[in-house]
Design a protein around this ligand. Structure first.
Ligand code: GBH
Length: 465
């Protein structure tokens, strides 16, 4: 077998779901086809200095036109499930009002293609491409955006609900709020702590209203995907480092987990947030809506975070308002080409922690993977025409072992989806970072399954390593 790592074999539980994930703006292209309206990422990509080399998602992997070939590749790899997102601006070009049937037609075709190959579609309703018109009215700082999201969710369910069982509302609301409205690294590129926390709340409210709309329409499996942080102290013995962990964990994890799974924001976090806003956006009844039970929790994991209490340290900037005096340690040890630490143990710890503190919700790893850039052309076909991405294989192998370890410790983990099926538009990094297990030649749109894809095919076939 290919690239067999010298380690003990592991088997996953029967019925474990193996798959891959993508997101609309990162792969579809066809930015102006069939009535699609502009999203905040179309705008952001055209804002000088925001996205590497001015790259845009205009063409991306042209998946909008090539989806039958891409689904055929998924089938060849033996994927059980495919997680993709629906582009809101295809469904409602202005973010509200009548639906655009041609936009829905695309996902209709995609779902049929998947089901025809026995691949279970897992839908993400919002993976960051907010219709620009809604941003012009305040975006996620405006409560109305959450209400419009529920209309949109119902419209998509109305067309696909007879063939799609698994529905998730949002992908990584932490990123939308803290990177979009906090440090401005993502669209819409705002930098405002008050807006950040208003966005957190309205994203959670969108989840709550959206989930309620999906259920009212008949959905039975409804969830959300978060990117919880595995936060560790620089010094496990230090009480002040422990306090730093508590604050960062509060701002990254508990601010989402507690309202979603305990029906209430944590008091210490609200107190922190109140330094930046009068919390006027938080209305009676909101927490109850947000805390309605979910059936599935998606966990995206890439890298751990280490923090230390250091007087005078700058803190996490817009990404973590009010964390002055906390140092976010620079990554050390083996890194991916995103500069992210490779630490599979972080995944085990994270899954165990969620399972202990918020028991009773089945989980699925909705994203995990590694990127390498094009600088040394080492994540691209060599003279033999193949992509020998041994680093990615070893990253995935390590993280699957970590996921398996979590299951062994009692975590209810139902599946694993690799990020990503295809090399794609990596947000602010443009196309220079490649996360795919399938290589994409952006000049010709040729796909080349990397060694990691062949390896993953065997993993799926064996249900283990
Ligand atoms: C996800 O975001 C997205 O859902 C997906 O669209 C994207 O392509 C993919 O991941 C890859 O980026 O600096 O070491 O502390 C991931 C977002 C990942 C945010 C890791 C913060 C910090 C790592 N994040 N991260 S580190």
């Amino acid at each position: 077998a290919l690239l067999e790592p010298a380690a003990t074999p592991v088997r996953f539980p029967e019925g474990f779901v193996w798959g891959a994930a993508t997101a609309a703006y990162q792969i579809e292209g066809a930015a102006h086809d069939d009535g699609r309206g502009p999203s905040i990422w179309d705008t952001f990509c055209r804002t000088p200095g925001k996205v590497h080399a001015g790259h845009t998602g205009d063409v991306a992997c042209d998946h909008y036109h090539r989806y039958p070939d891409d689904v055929a590749l998924m089938a060849e790899l033996g994927l059980h499930a495919y997680r993709f997102s629906v582009a809101w601006p295809r469904i409602q070009p202005d973010g509200s009002g009548p639906v655009n049937p041609r936009g829905l037609d695309f996902y209709d075709r995609l779902v049929d293609e998947l089901r025809g190959r026995d691949i279970d579609p897992i839908i993400t309703l919002y993976h960051w491409d907010l219709p620009q018109t809604l941003e012009d009215r305040g975006g996620w700082t405006n409560r109305e955006t959450a209400e419009r999201f529920a209309d949109y969710a119902a419209a998509v369910y109305g067309r696909l609900g007879d063939r799609v069982t698994t529905w998730t509302t949002l992908n990584e609301p932490w990123c939308s709020a803290y990177l979009g409205y906090g440090n401005g690294v993502h669209a819409p590129g705002r930098q405002d702590p008050a807006a950040t926390f208003a966005a957190v709340h309205h994203l959670l409210l969108a989840h709550g209203l959206g989930a309620a709309a999906l259920r009212a329409a008949g959905a039975t499996t409804v969830g959300i995907t978060l990117n919880p942080a595995a936060v560790f102290p620089a010094d496990p013995e230090s009480p002040t480092d422990a306090q730093a962990v508590r604050l960062v964990d509060g701002l990254h994890n508990r601010i989402f987990f507690d309202p979603l799974l305990r029906g209430q924001y944590p008091a210490d976090v609200l107190e922190h947030v109140a330094r930046f806003t009068d919390l006027g956006y938080l209305r009676a009844g909101d927490e109850k809506l947000i805390g309605a039970p979910i059936d599935l929790l998606g966990v995206n994991y890439y890298a751990p975070t280490y923090v230390a209490a250091r007087p005078g340290a700058a803190g996490g900037g817009g990404a973590y308002p009010g964390t002055e005096g906390i140092e976010f340690l620079p990554p050390v040890g083996p890194l991916t080409d995103m500069g992210w630490m490779i630490e599979p143990g972080g995944l085990t710890a994270l899954l165990e922690r969620i399972s202990n503190d918020y028991p009773g919700v089945p989980m699925i790893v909705t994203e995990n993977g590694a990127a390498f850039d094009d600088k040394f052309h080492r994540d691209a076909p060599g003279t033999d025409g193949r992509v020998h991405d041994a680093d990615r294989v070893s990253y995935l192998d390590g993280h699957l072992r970590a996921a398996h370890e979590a299951i062994a410790r009692g975590v209810d983990l139902r599946g694993y989806l690799v990020w990503s099926l295809l090399d794609n538009f990596e947000w602010a990094e443009g196309y220079r970072k490649r996360f795919g297990i399938i290589y994409v030649d952006y000049l010709t749109q040729r796909r080349v399954p990397k060694d990691s894809a062949r390896w993953y095919q065997e993993v799926i076939h064996r249900n283990g390593l």
